[in-house]
Write a protein that binds this ligand. Structure first.
Ligand SMILES: [Ca+2]
Ligand SMILES: [Ca+2]
Ligand SMILES: [Zn+2]
Length: 556
């Protein structure tokens, strides 16, 4: 709705340029209220009154244009309340804060300030009101006194009207019920809530968003640090308990810090009280990073800092790289987080002591610090974060069983994504593995044998160890992905590479639509060919490359 400021003229017909104000074309506060701006900056003389009476006298003079066409018949004391009085002895001026009310209930955000100069005249009146509240609340039409009805019928009508109006402002749930509703909603997103940082309270308002019916609502705030920093304002319908609107009050800032490899990076952080926290609420339902402080309870405590500089490299990388992975899935596949529905991404750094691993436990990421010889903190390599979070994506799509060939496929797909997200070389975990040995890695997609993995079906390892060799036989589809993206001739089969970005599009489609929990390598071939056919056509260079890359490693 287009809004133009209502300019009230008092004592002057001359409208100077400085007295015209224009609101923006759209009401950017529309979800909070259907506000009409008010501004009177023409000096207005008020005589024969002092104290609050000056306020009422001024408003009474203006009320025809204040809140609605029907305001004229109402007492201004029923339309506004004075919420604050400040006398500035230094300048001899008086300052009032007012809130529009309806049947004694304040209208959310409909506040004004009114100012008197040292002579007691109005120097400025400014703020917002909501017009035509009765209509917006669906209040019954007041019975018109001139109505031609018998006295008895008229009395009936009037009584009904009065009790309906009364009902409009009578809550049917309590403040504590409203608080519970808000807390339950927040808990459904972040998990069981920890201690409230601000004792919860709920206040009744008339909530009148633009384009919607006005409602009697409790406004309350959920403010917790654990299991994740949350500061959300809720508008809960005081009649039926539904959540009418909510918005996040955590301020965002850009944090800075050094990662595990000593590289300085920036990332999105939040605020909690006077501290900055590794909480990014700009992505899905948030990215939260914790420290286990070398213990094993999860998720641990939220990493915080007194400034936007964070001096915890393992946590910095876990946080910054989780955002990189989120962005990769969002921009390439339109996927909103791990589950496609904004699932909060939680990571815990400093798990246990000298812990040489990183894992996805089904609900969050966990990173050890490494023992300093085999590994340095495992969050220091983007492909590791991409690998682990992709396990979460797989769980929410094909849900490949983590055993045997489906398990090896699960592992391989995590390597494919981790490697593509980083896009640097064909090694996995090179940045965090064996700090004293350069050029080595956990796995090599271009040359799996270098990491003790097979690269062709002829060398498939039958074992019951490692869930049936999930970290071993993943070398075979890994090699086929390398050939598909990079190209090359392997075991006499030539593949024309299509690049990582097209290759990963095909893999994502296979994972998301075609593969099932017990798919084996052969099913992977069928899924990849169909996915490539969908995207590029059955006779495309891409589909030919898919077939050749799989044939080369013996996946038929
Ligand atoms: Ca790497
Ligand atoms: Ca190394
Ligand atoms: Zn894995």
């Amino acid at each position: 709705m287009k809004k133009t400021a209502t300019l009230l003229l008092a004592g002057s017909l001359l409208v100077g340029a400085s007295s015209s104000v224009f609101a923006a074309d759209t009401n950017d506060l529309a979800p909070l209220g259907d506000y009409t701006p008010k501004l009177i900056n023409q000096p207005t003389t008020i005589t024969g009154a002092s104290g609050d009476e000056k306020v009422w006298k001024f408003l009474d003079k203006q009320k025809r244009t204040l809140v609605s066409d029907g305001a004229e018949s109402q007492d201004v004391k029923d339309l506004f309340e004075i919420t604050k009085r400040q006398a500035d002895s230094k300048t001899g001026t008086d300052h009032y804060r007012l809130n529009q009310v309806y049947q004694g209930i304040p209208v959310y955000g409909a506040e004004q300030t009114l100012h008197f100069d040292k002579s007691g005249n109005v120097s400025l009146y400014m703020g917002k009101v909501v017009n035509d509240l009765s209509d917006k609340l669906g209040a019954p039409e007041a019975a018109a006194p001139e109505q031609k009805v018998t006295e008895d019928v008229y009395a009936d009508v009037k009584e009904t009207a009065v009790s309906d109006t009364y009902n409009l402002v009578t809550p049917e749930i309590s403040a504590s019920e409203a608080i519970s509703i808000a807390q339950k909603d927040a808990a459904s997103k972040v998990g069981t809530l920890g201690e409230a940082q601000i004792a919860p309270s709920a206040k009744l308002y008339i909530y009148a968003p633009e384009g919607k019916e006005a409602r009697l609502a409790y406004v309350t705030e959920v403010n917790v640090l654990e299991p994740a920093p949350v500061r959300t304002r809720y508008f809960v319908d005081a009649k039926d308990g539904s959540v009418l609107f909510q918005y996040d009050l955590i301020e965002h800032a850009t944090g800075t810090g050094k990662g595990v490899l000593g590289d300085t990076k920036t990332f999105t952080v939040g605020t909690s009280g006077s501290r900055y926290v590794l909480t990014d609420t700009t992505r899905g339902n948030g990215i939260q990073t914790y420290t286990a402080a070398n213990r094993t309870s999860l998720p641990g405590t939220t990493v915080s800092s007194t400034s936007t500089t964070f001096n915890d490299p393992a946590a910095v990388d876990a946080h910054a790289y989780a955002a990189r992975v989120y962005d990769f899935y969002k921009s390439n596949f339109g996927r909103n987080s791990i589950d496609g529905r904004g699932m909060a991404i939680r990571s815990t750094a400093h798990y246990s002591t000298n812990y040489n691993n990183a894992f996805w436990n089904g609900s969050q990421m966990v990173y050890g610090d490494g023992d300093g010889t085999t590994f340095i903190p495992l969050s220091g390599d983007l492909d590791v974060i991409g690998h682990e979070l992709t396990h979460g994506v797989t769980e929410n799509t094909a849900n490949l069983e983590y055993y045997g060939q489906s398990g090896a496929l699960n592992e391989s797909i995590s390597d494919m994504f981790g490697n593509t997200i980083e896009g640097k070389n064909w090694m996995i975990g090179d940045a965090i593995y064996t700090p004293r040995v350069s050029g080595d890695a956990l796995r090599y997609m271009d040359n799996p044998e270098k990491g003790d993995q097979p690269s062709r079906m002829d060398d498939f390892v039958n074992t019951s160890a490692d869930n049936g060799g999930v970290h071993t036989n993943s070398g075979i589809p890994n090699k086929s992905f390398y050939l598909l993206a990079q190209g090359g001739t392997f075991d006499g089969v030539s593949v024309t590479g299509i690049g990582r970005s097209q290759a990963i599009q095909i893999v994502y489609r296979a994972l998301n639509y075609y593969l099932t929990s017990t798919s084996d390598f052969s099913d992977y071939r069928s899924a990849m060919i169909q996915a490539s056919t969908d995207l590029y056509g059955a006779n495309s260079a891409q589909t030919t490359a898919v077939k050749n890359s799989l044939s080369a490693v013996g996946i038929l």
